[in-house]
Design a protein around this ligand. Sequence first.
Ligand SMILES: [Zn+2]
Length: 395
Amino acid sequence: MPSDSEDENEVCDAVTPPAGAAQFPALKTIWEDQYCQQCQVGNDKGWECLRCGRQFKPVHHTRAVAHYAKIPNQGIKVCTSDIPHHEFQRYVNLWNHSKRRKTELTMVKMTITEDKEDKLSSSTEKLMESRNKKPKMSTELRRYYETIGMSKSSLPSGQTPIDTAFDILKQTDLARMNDARMDMAIATFFHENNLPDRAVNSSSFKIMIKYARMVGSSYNTPARQEIGGTLLDVNYKNVVENNKEVLCREADIFGLTWLSDGATIARMPLINILGLCADTPPTCVAIEDCTGHMTQGGKKDAVYIASLLEEVILPYDPDRTRTTIFWFDGAGNVQKAGRILEVMFPRAYSLHGGEHVISLFFSDIAKLPQIKVCLCFCFFVFDSILTIFSFRCLF
Ligand SMILES: [Zn+2]
């Protein structure tokens, strides 16, 4: 029976399964194990060890395996329960397999990086050629050596100006080469990740390059999980606070207007809420997921929508004096919700969203047979002109 002691590191080298292990299939992931249960820990996803009863977050496979295999110093407490030897061996085998796989992946990543560096060198040379910026140093130096007929090291003293000229040429070549390499690295990143070309004009991209010049070689880029986790949370909170500040700047004078509509996207029932003020364009304030409410048997009815909007609006209008208008489409539930909100916010009144009504009006017109025929004819003519034009361009 392994224990929580100093020599636990040795355990991971013992990969020979004991006699009793044959009856258990090898674990492919730790989540297959019946003692490892994914669950909600606070507001985050996590998992629970059903052997020792501890809960952990976030869901991290390697750390979970380290917990059961009792591998210390892996950023997680080791399991304190007594695990039968043949079951414990399965955890150790899984740990060994994970580590081996991780080493293989690291090797593959290193090979890919080296290949890309090679490609970047060759593409940089091609770019230099296409820009007619071949290195000056080699040509000039060759001519100099040919004229003098000796090596630079054997030059007599008093040749400082010539040495300086060579140093300047060398520096110029290096700067041009670095510029070309940076251009190709940026272009390759854009092309490989299928980013739109116009993203290079983004002010965020320019800011990123500005700060890339300032960091030292010790800087490490954030991990994938950080980009989509903690950093995303920070950005989200920051944007919400900024939006609130901008939206409420003139709200005491001009009042606040709210727009809202429901939509089911990928089987997720959502309600969006946008706010606008006199000098502020419509700003997304919230996209509420109603899945929890509906799974409990609730409906997107007037009372629910009104309470949802009240909850979202109150931080922007705590005295209920700023809100002036609610815009909703023609659906019965949101119109009723508007009437409830008129009571909740005494200075406000609810109206039909004009653009929604106009869009429905034109949608109905487009369904008339005469209009439909005209539309088909127009599409046919336009398509034919495009085809003829393409052929003319080809020949
Ligand atoms: Zn445990």
